[in-house]
Each structure stands twice: as C-alpha cells, then as structure tokens.
Design a binder for this molecule. Sequence first.
Ligand code: PLP
Ligand code: CA
Length: 306
Amino acid sequence: ASNAKCTRLTGSLVKQLLDSIDSVLFDCDGVIWRGDQAIPGAPDVINLLKKNGKRVFFVTNNSTKTRKMYADKLATLGFNASEEEVFGTAYCSAMYLKSVAKIQGKVYLVGSNAMKQEIENVGIQTTGVGPDPISGVQIDWANVSLDPEVKAVVVGFDQHFSYMKLNRALQYLCNPSCLFVGTNTDTRLPLEGGKAVPGTGCLVKAVETAAQRPAQVVGKPSNFMFDCVAKQFGLDPARALMVGDRLDTDIMLGTNCGLKTLLTLTGVSTVADAEDHLKSGCPNRAGMVPDYYIDTIAELLPALQG
Ligand code: PLP
Ligand code: CA
C-alpha cells in the first residue's frame, strides 16, 4: 500500500490494490445502492469480485432489516449474495447480546420488528417493540410497570420512539447492572434532493442523555462490526478493504481495524471533507482520512473485466 493518504484510485493503482486484498467489505447505502436503487454498475462489480476469488461482505449500520431481508433486497437488485455475507446492526446487536454480553434474561427493545426477529433468533426474548401501550395524561412516569426479567436496553431505529419509551428506558437503566446497547450513531439519514431525516444516533443520544451513561455501540465505527465478520470468516485485516461513503463511520472503522480504506463519492462525504481531516493534522481525525477515493465503485469494473 502507498503511504500517501487520500489518493485518487485510477489506472494501474486499481489492479495493484485488488491484488493486495482477499476480501472487500462494502457499506450499503451510498455505496452499492441509494435507497431502493442500485448504484449503476455496482452489481457487476460485486459479482465480478466474487468471480475473481474475492470474498465480499455487506456491512450496514441500518438496523431496520434482518439478514434475510437484506439478502432478498440484494437479489432483487441483481447482486449475487447470501444471508451469511450480510452484517447489519440488527444481526450484530443480537450477536453482541448473545456472545459478548451473554445476556440471561430479556431485552427492552427500542427498535424495529426486524431487530426483534434477529434478537429472538439467538434465543433472547424482547419486550417493547411497537407503540408504547400506555397513554393518557396523568401518568406516574417514575412508577410505570417494568418487566423484572429485563437485563438490557437496546436502542435502534424506532419509528414509534416516544417520551414514554425514553422514560421506560431510563427506568430500566437506573439499575447499574442493566446493560445499554445502541446500534449506531449516524446523526442524519440523507435522502435524495439534499433532504435528510433524523438518524438512529438521535435516539441513542436521547437515551444516553436521560440515563447519564454511554451506550455500547455495535455499528461502525465500533470494532465489533468487523470482529463479527473476522471471527466467522477468519479474515486477515491487512488483506481486506473497507469501501464506504462516510468518513466518520466506514473509513474510521477501516482505520480502527487495520483495513485498507476506499471512500466512494456516491454518498455522504466529499474529498474536501477528507482533505480537511488530513490538513488538520489532528490525530483523532487522521482515522477519517481514507487511503483512496473513487467517484463510484463502477470505476473498478475495467480492472475486473480485464
Ligand atoms: N440507519 C438507517 C435507519 C438507514 O435507513 C440507513 C440508510 O438507509 C443507515 C442507517 C445507513 O446505512 P449504511 O450503513 O448502509 O450507509
Ligand atoms: Ca453509507
């Protein structure tokens, strides 16, 4: 690998980089698709990487889908992919609860049905999904009924997030032995036309603020996301490439875990953002500078076809 950071990946560099790796981890939104549409050329890139003997993984902070749902979406968009190659934060949260925290009891889940499915799939019961059942004006907030079997609070994307859920999470977390897990810290979800909606990071922050303690974050840039892949497939980080559109999550994860990093410009971050981090000389911003950048992953095609 070159020592120069933030190099445009073109010409013979593409082949050199591909020869130096065995595995590629792709972020999803902004890299292989945008919303419901594949990035043009992305399915060919992934299918050809596999034909060339590379292992490919899909690593997403989006907690609203199960592995099965991602595999179905990938197939619909023309990607050759299996459930086992998908590492989303719904699945990885379940792995964290089961393998790291070894939870004996239930989870109070501020999250989606997909998260409930993944967590229950590893044998852990959940409570809390859907709108909070208690409503009314005269509520004894500090004395709402709690499930004594709850041993962890898990926060992911929840379209039914409410003051009552925030309060219930706080009541559980007042017990210092109650574990606190958050799926990811993405602050905004970008939409087409420069629009955006609040990301899961807003919900995690709200619960952290109330509980006055930090959540254990499972998603990128937490090493746990890569550890999940590495453990199951025996990856050598030095021969793996992380491809992402966000410097603070994807590229940071790659740096934290010793992977090569490639920023693609079809999503959130720009080259100017990366150069700002580089020029700052600030040690904690250096991890957000990618090794390489590219306009779109479609530019990898010629090297894969040749
Ligand atoms: N979280 C949610 C709820 C999302 O909808 C998205 C993108 O669509 C993300 C996170 C970011 O996903 P990714 O890590 O694939 O960019
Ligand atoms: Ca992304």
